[in-house]
Design a protein around this ligand. Structure first.
Ligand code: DOR
Ligand code: ZN
Length: 432
């Protein structure tokens, strides 16, 4: 049975598509993309007034399994991804046990076989992500990890980071670093600045991130590896990366929707859902990141989807867990704030949220063309909706965007030729 998606507005400039096209799917592949495909008894989906793009790839997701199934499971995290318009996520290794050995990676692979979207494992840089002893990087590479990271924990020891980079280069794996100098961040809970002083909360200075970004750039330059900086959040970090790129250093970086949309001011009512690593930064940092977005200087957009339980986030701000559940709001927020307003266009979004992550992780990301995997989303630009965390597929209801009114929403996600999410008429249904 073939499925024909009719009358959608398709964006995928890499494949020369911009405008109305019909898309025919057979099995798990795209059979044809043409101006008009005649119905020959196909199953029809009418996408009149809708936008069709390749489904997104989130290269920074915490799925929490094994070990923290109360926060998220592979199943619920992948359902959240499907609802958010993703066809694939890369899973960070800070599970319990940490993904520092083949058993944990194989476990994740097994669990994700039946999941709504594809999962690409990331292996830890050091054993137990303690930053002391390297993981068996060669073994991890053989098990199929797509990158190395101790995300959640910085690798404080520069010698260890150097060796990790050398091993990573031998196996052609990128190193993704969570840049945080723990001696500077200590037990800080929000960005250090005017607002932390006013709110009486311990601050994390921008320098805690920037020092590690600088160190990693120096090490990447020395070892020649591909360094990817996770959740870059400050103007200083951005300047360091720009200078390094200009020198030819192989460095890329990602920015999260929350760092593009919120500042440290958002902490004012002590809402634990605004507590995240790196912290929401100053107005100036945010504005500089948005300028970079506009100028096409951001490599990757990624959620850092970090689901936590209600209890983890309960109580005083100082004691709440760090993290934001981001998969189900990312696309809606980016569309409403940056595409609809003309700051970026759909092809810019695809560059940062599909093609570049695909290139960095070296995973299939050929877009909408004949013979490629049928991974796409159907977006309704007219749909008005309010972020309701109780409707999240994710177990993590920890979003600072609850109650935000948005216009434009993902309505259908196809992964490998199968409709895995359907929200037409507000169904909010996972199908697989
Ligand atoms: O806020 C965060 N939460 N930042 C990280 O880097 C890790 C993440 C988590 O695992 O909860
Ligand atoms: Zn991190």
């Amino acid at each position: 049975m073939k499925t024909l998606i009719k009358n959608g507005r398709v964006y995928d400039s890499k494949n020369g598509l911009e405008g109305k096209y019909d898309i025919l799917i057979e099995g798990n592949k795209i059979f044809a993309v043409e101006k008009e495909i005649k119905d020959q008894g196909y199953q029809i989906i009418d996408a009149e007034g809708k936008i069709i793009i390749p489904a997104l790839i989130d290269m920074h997701t915490h799925l929490r399994e094994p070990g923290y199934e109360e926060k998220e499971t592979v199943k619920t995290g992948c359902e959240a991804a499907a609802a958010g318009g993703f066809s694939a996520v890369a899973a960070m290794p800070n599970t319990k046990p940490i993904a520092d050995n083949p058993a944990v990676v194989e476990h994740l692979k097994l669990k994700s076989e039946k999941a709504a979207v594809r999962v690409y494992p990331i292996g830890s840089i050091t054993q137990d992500s303690k930053g002391e002893v390297l993981s068996e990087i060669g073994t991890l590479a053989k098990t199929g990890v797509k990158a190395l990271s101790d995300d959640g924990n910085p690798v404080m020891n520069s010698e260890i980071m150097r060796r990790a980079m050398e091993y990573a280069s031998a196996f052609d794996l990128p190193v993704i670093d969570h840049c945080e100098d723990e001696n500077l961040s200590q037990d800080g809970v929000m960005h250090e600045g005017y607002h932390s002083t006013i709110f009486g909360l311990k601050g994390i200075p921008a320098a805690a991130e920037e020092i590690m970004v600088a160190r990693d750039i120096v090490l990447a330059e020395m070892t020649g590896i591909h360094l990817h900086i996770a959740h870059l959040s400050t103007e200083g970090s951005l300047n360091l990366v720009k200078e390094a790129k200009a020198r030819g250093v192989n460095v890329t970086f990602e920015v999260t929707p929350h760092h593009l949309l919120l500042t440290d001011q958002a902490v004012e009512d002590y809402n634990p859902d605004t507590k995240v690593h790196p912290p929401l930064r100053s107005e100036r940092d945010k504005n500089v990141l948005v300028e970079a977005l506009k100028a096409g200087q951001i490599d990757v957009l990624a959620t850092d989807h970090a689901p936590h339980t209600y209890e983890d986030k309960l109580g005083e701000f100082d004691y709440a867990a760090f993290g934001i559940s981001g998969l189900e709001t990312a696309l809606g927020l980016l569309y409403y704030n940056f595409i609809k307003t003309g700051i970026i266009d759909w092809n810019d979004l695809l560059r940062m949220y599909y093609y570049k992550p695909g290139e960095i992780l070296k995973i299939e990301s050929e877009g909408l063309k004949q013979g490629s995997r049928a991974d796409f989303l159907i977006f309704n630009p007219e749909r008005e909706w309010t972020v309701d965390k109780n409707k999240f597929k994710s177990k993590g209801k920890n979003t600072p965007f609850a109650g935000w009114n948005l216009k434009g929403k993902n309505e259908i996600t196809f992964v490998g030729g199968k409709m895995v999410y359907d929200d037409r008429g507000g169904k909010n249904e996972i199908l697989y």
